[in-house]
Design a protein around this ligand. Sequence first.
Ligand SMILES: C[S@@+](CC[C@H](N)C(=O)[O-])C[C@H]1O[C@@H](n2cnc3c(N)ncnc32)[C@H](O)[C@@H]1O
Length: 410
Amino acid sequence: MELLQRPAFSPMKPMAAACPDWLATHLQQAGGAVPFSRFMDLALNEQEHGYYGAGRARIGTQGDFVTSPSLGSDFTALLAPQLLTWLASLSRTDTDQRLSIVEIGPGEGHLAHDLIAQLCSSDSALLPHIEMVLVEVNPGMRQRQQARLQQVDGLSVRWCSLEQLRSDPVRGVVIAHELLDALPVERLVWRDGSLQQEWVELDQTHGLRTTHRPLPVALQDEIKRVCINRGIQLPPPDAEEGWTTEWNSALPDWFATVGAALDAGVLLVIDYALEAHRYYTARRSEGTLMAVRAQAAGLSPLHQPGEQDLTAHLCIDVVAEAAKRSGWLVGDQAKQGEALLALGLAERLHDLQQLPGQRLAEALQRRETLLRLVDPSGLGAFRWLTYLWGLPEGGFSLAAAPGNSESPRD
Ligand SMILES: C[S@@+](CC[C@H](N)C(=O)[O-])C[C@H]1O[C@@H](n2cnc3c(N)ncnc32)[C@H](O)[C@@H]1O
């Protein structure tokens, strides 16, 4: 996700906002208050009113935020050969083999749409065996994807849930592009010498406000286990009163469910992600959570639930721990800028010079997009992270430039 503006909100200030009736009903049913993670889940995924549930999300330059695939087809054109290389390594000799490209959380369907067009214009011998599978939990978004994908054909496309895939597991590549940053997170706050869990409650004036409660034992144990295994200090030394961060408890179940949907495969996660020492640091005192709308961030996360996106960065170490715990092999990682350069972005930029003069506007626009995709202060800093299921280590590496030594293989 990339935005034009990012003023910060401060979790140190008490947060309060009006509560819509649909959300008040959910909160009342839960006894008047819910952990922040449940609030985030409702705000995004409540099937009738949530930002994604209702299909309200608008992704692209005219929408609330842009993602790499929403900027044009160059991103997917660069990604496609990487996917084909992995599919070739996964392919078997039988004639009726099926190879699946599963996209989880396809948003408006930009990536799937461009990928189908891209693969169909390739001369890959694998093409007759490839199907596209879209996994989307929100009906409103699924409708938008179906409308966009009606415009392309040439590849078999189906929508199904991970639970459905479990009964007929597939072999192939799974893509989670800016999905994990949309999974509901816990907010943890350092108060009065202990780490506390943020809750969202309905007050007497029908407003929303945050409160804090002691960590439930299960969450406390989970945090302790991951921190010991990964050498994370949480809170970090020097954290001040009110220091706030995010914790993603949904990851282990998510990895287990995706694994169960696969016979064997490579998972490519693309997201804004930080190492633990950059995520859980005293300086990052307000966490990574952002509320986003109309290309701007900064409103309170409690503001107009269902009308704005909520997103939190990933901690690479916490994700790796969840993957390993669910039986995945942790593979490679690269910054998006490195990955796209290794996949031929510079050559693509160069080729734009060959476009005829009457296509100058197109050439300039694509040039701007290509540079934006590798901009180290924006989309170029995104991480490409791979995980392997049912496969031996090696043979499924990321075609990224060498020298990525920040966090070596797990
Ligand atoms: C931030 S958007 C990413 C869109 C798209 N991948 C892109 O990069 O343009 C998140 C998408 O994931 C979907 N989503 C959220 N939680 C999901 C889950 N648990 N399983 C599958 N899809 C989910 C949302 O409905 C939405 O389509």
